[in-house]
Write a protein that binds this ligand. Structure first.
Ligand SMILES: [Zn+2]
Length: 411
């Protein structure tokens, strides 16, 4: 049997392209492998231009993927290059991004895990803290985000999401056809959305056919000005959210109203039974709903109104949807439930846009899925250093990024 040199073995085990192994040593932190780039000439770390060597730095360490319990580190004393454009800079190394202390394979793995796993599992498995995950995600996303993501937009959605941690809003633009986030801006309202249209430019804006939006946001004016050809659509996800909020308001009123009376148990612990989709109810929740129906007519009426609004958006024919919404508005107006009287006004005002929704063929499940995912990811990104890392995380998880981490294969 042929003997394998230990350097060759290490090169194979590390699985990093573009390095030569010179030697290795054991240290308390793990195995430190001395490496060097295969090419003689140094390249500027910032611009990547080939340039003459200036001097050398002391050895540096790059963290690589672990093998079992053993951490692996790459050690190399990078040269400094004298770049005509950037001045004297540390050279580019083929295994890592400039300014990173991790190999590309390590960063790719972290990003891949962060797309799929919760915070603590990612940190534990890679032995890094969550802030570092944020920094790595920023770097990976900067490299991988589809530069052409704004080129073919036809049916888009605009939305604003608040993140409590930073007491700010993010405005998010999604491409409904590819079901991914394509743009994010800090802040909300007209000014932020104008920033999106500026970036999109006149030509690409003219391609837009539909823009879905929140009933309560004030994006309408901007869309009308900037993309007058696009149909404004008020999407189902947000209409349902408003209906849910109205039900919840009625529920809280009723809890207060009947407190201490015989009717009190009827509304107790009814929140989820009222808000969930009927086909998702557990047996207990079904029983609860039954109880609400028997014991609290006002609250049950609120529930029926919510469900009826949802049914109205199931119609595929515009005329049917429009008819249904008209009668829904009448019912809501006479319901003697203040939150629904208010909602009936909003629905009437935006009726055209809601009917337009039924014509887009968008599936509410997909749309709500993406919306919920954005919110979930933003909550998970608490603890990141800044909003740039937060945005990168949303792009990573909801921007359709494909990663290629070094996973074991049988090939
Ligand atoms: Zn340079």
């Amino acid at each position: 049997m042929a003997r394998v040199g230990v350097e060759k073995l290490l090169e194979r085990l590390l699985g990093v392209k573009g390095l030569r192994v010179r030697g290795a040593r054991f240290e308390p932190r793990g195995v430190v492998v001395e490496v060097q780039p295969p090419r003689r000439k140094s390249r500027c770390g910032v611009s990547g231009r080939s340039c003459p060597r200036y001097d050398s730095c002391p050895p540096r360490l790059w963290r690589h993927l672990a093998l079992g319990r053993t951490a692996f580190w790459l050690s190399y004393a990078p040269r400094r290059a004298e770049c005509r454009r950037c001045g004297v800079r540390v050279e580019q190394v083929p295994w890592a991004e400039h300014d990173s202390h991790f190999t590309r394979e390590f960063e790719e793995m972290v990003a891949w895990l962060a797309q799929r796993m919760d915070k603590s599992a990612t940190c534990r498995l890679m032995a890094i803290n969550w802030r570092t995950v944020g920094t790595i995600v920023e770097r990976v996303v900067a490299q991988r985000l589809d530069a052409h993501r704004l080129d073919e937009l036809y049916l888009i959605g605009v939305d604003e999401v608040s993140h409590r941690r930073y007491h700010q809003y993010l405005s998010v633009v999604v491409d409904h056809l590819q079901s991914r986030v394509v743009w994010m801006g800090e802040g909300k309202g007209e000014e932020t959305l104008n920033g999106f249209f500026d970036e999109l430019g006149a030509e690409r804006t003219r391609q837009l056919t539909h823009v879905t939006q929140d009933l309560s946001a004030d994006f309408s004016k901007v869309v009308k000005q900037r993309a007058p050809q696009a149909v404004q659509v008020f999407d189902r996800f947000h209409a349902q959210k408003l209906a849910n909020e109205a039900v919840d308001e009625v529920r809280r009123e009723e809890v207060r109203r009947v407190a201490g009376t015989e009717a009190a148990p009827g509304v107790k612990k009814s929140r989820w039974a009222l808000l969930k989709n009927p086909w998702n109810l557990t047996l207990r929740q079904e029983q609860k709903l039954d109880e609400v129906q028997r014991l609290n007519r006002r609250l049950y009426r609120a529930y029926l109104l919510k469900e009826s609004l949802a049914r109205g958006m199931d119609y595929r024919q515009a005329a049917r949807a429009s008819e249904h919404l008209d009668s829904w508005c009448q019912w809501a107006r006479r319901s003697k439930l203040k939150p629904f009287v208010r909602l009936s006004k909003t629905v009437r005002r935006h009726k055209q846009g809601i009917v337009a929704y039924t014509q887009t063929g968008l599936s509410n499940g997909v749309e709500a899925g993406l919306n919920n995912k954005i919110r979930l990811v933003m909550r998970r990104a608490y603890g990141f250093r800044n909003t740039a890392a937060l945005k990168a995380m949303v792009f990573l998880c909801c921007g359709g990024l494909l990663l290629n981490p070094p996973l074991p294969g049988l090939a």
